[in-house]
Design a protein around this ligand. Structure first.
Ligand code: SF4
Length: 369
């Protein structure tokens, strides 16, 4: 019988989070060993297939068009470029490629068709394919599944209460609806959050309640430490202490025993010892490559040295779930429904940052010339 609990309360989770460190580490490592090989860590590669110019206002994100950051926007990558990047990632030990596009939501049309082709292409390389494209409808999720998508990422970011402090352009319920749409397919769910945005321990626990009470729990939960980028509203937040990261990873491991816990953004500020403690506490995935979408990340060779030092092995693809089949576009049983769902914009007045939009257009034009 499964010992997965879907009724965790905030109080219970706060109590776990605040345990004496040695107790917490011991408990998390014990749970981890029952459900996972402690010497195996998945290496994933995150590709930004469409960078910048996003209409959302996530306070931590340098890709939001309205913030004055130095991010260079680009058009959607070509399928052949993505394939080349995926092959490079595979050669350096990655078993999973996550493609991120700075979109509010997926829109049916040629760009989505291009993403579907990317999914088919990477799945045929025998790698797990994950996408993070914003909000998706049930039909879009089914089309992604049919193309061979392994996972869809849509983070809850924080607790429902604190989420409102960071994002106003869509509601928490929109996030949950997208996760629900993904759940109507055989695509696995990846959803986690960010610590260090000024939230309290209660908010961290609130996010873990929201995730752990989903049934089934997400197969993958990324835990990010905020990388404060100049020009974003959170630019002055102080870096997350490694101890907070360890507590968050350990607590996530305990309340979601079977989930793959991903040590995500913020690793450049962590020592090898700090990361080793996170692996001990139950983290079993890292993102490789010198960039994590747009923020810095450790070099892959450095990561491989760390693996060697710690005796860690990169996880093979499809160890948790079988490889999905790819259906070619010509054989698809789904088609574009041309939907225009009404995702919420709670208390938000659309303000366009004309200056940022112009800068973005100029960058795209310059690239084409
Ligand atoms: S996190 Fe995603 S949705 Fe939010 S502003 Fe950045 S790219 Fe847009």
């Amino acid at each position: 019988m499964s010992n997965i609990r879907h009724n965790w309360t905030k109080e219970e989770i706060i109590e776990i989070y605040n345990k004496p460190m040695m107790e917490l580490l011991y408990e998390a490592a014990t749970v981890h060993r029952v459900h996972h090989d402690p010497n195996t860590v998945q290496v994933s590669t995150l590709l930004s297939i469409k960078t910048g110019g996003c209409p959302e206002d996530c306070g931590y994100c340098p890709q939001a068009a309205r913030y004055h950051t130095d991010i260079e926007g680009n058009d959607l990558m070509t399928v052949s470029h993505v394939k080349a990047q995926a092959l490079r990632a595979k050669a350096s030990g990655s078993s999973r490629v996550c493609m991120g596009a700075a979109w509010r939501n997926v829109k049916d049309g040629p760009e989505f068709d291009q993403v579907l082709e990317m999914v088919r292409t990477i799945n045929k390389l025998d790698m797990e394919v994950c996408c993070t494209l914003g909000m998706v409808t049930e039909n879009q999720a089914k089309r992604l599944a049919e193309a061979g998508l392994y996972a869809y990422n849509h983070n809850l970011d924080s607790s429902e209460e604190y989420y409102k402090e960071v994002i106003s352009t869509r509601g928490y319920e929109d996030r949950l609806e997208t996760i629900d749409n993904v759940r109507k397919t055989n695509v696995t769910v990846c959803s986690g959050g960010i610590i260090g945005m000024g939230e309290s321990v209660e908010d961290r626990a609130g996010m873990l309640v929201a995730l752990s009470t989903l049934n089934p729990q997400p197969e993958s939960v990324p835990i990010n430490a905020l990388v404060a980028v100049d020009g974003t509203p959170l630019e002055n937040e102080k870096p997350v202490e490694i101890w907070e990261m360890i507590r968050m990873v350990a607590t996530t491991r305990i309340v979601m025993p079977e989930t793959q816990v991903r040590l995500s953004a913020g690793r450049t500020n962590m020592s090898r010892e700090g990361q080793a403690m996170c692996f001990f506490a139950g983290a079993n995935s890292i993102f490789a490559g010198d960039k994590l979408l747009t923020t810095p990340n450790p070099d892959v060779n450095e990561d491989m040295k760390m693996f060697e030092l710690l005796g860690l092995n990169p996880q093979k693809p499809f160890t948790k779930k079988v490889q999905p089949k790819t259906v070619e576009a010509t054989d698809s049983q789904y088609q574009s429904l041309g939907e225009k769902p009404k995702w919420s914009r709670p208390d938000h007045t659309i303000e366009r940052n004309e200056q940022a939009k112009e800068k973005m257009k100029e960058a795209v034009l310059a690239k084409k010339q």
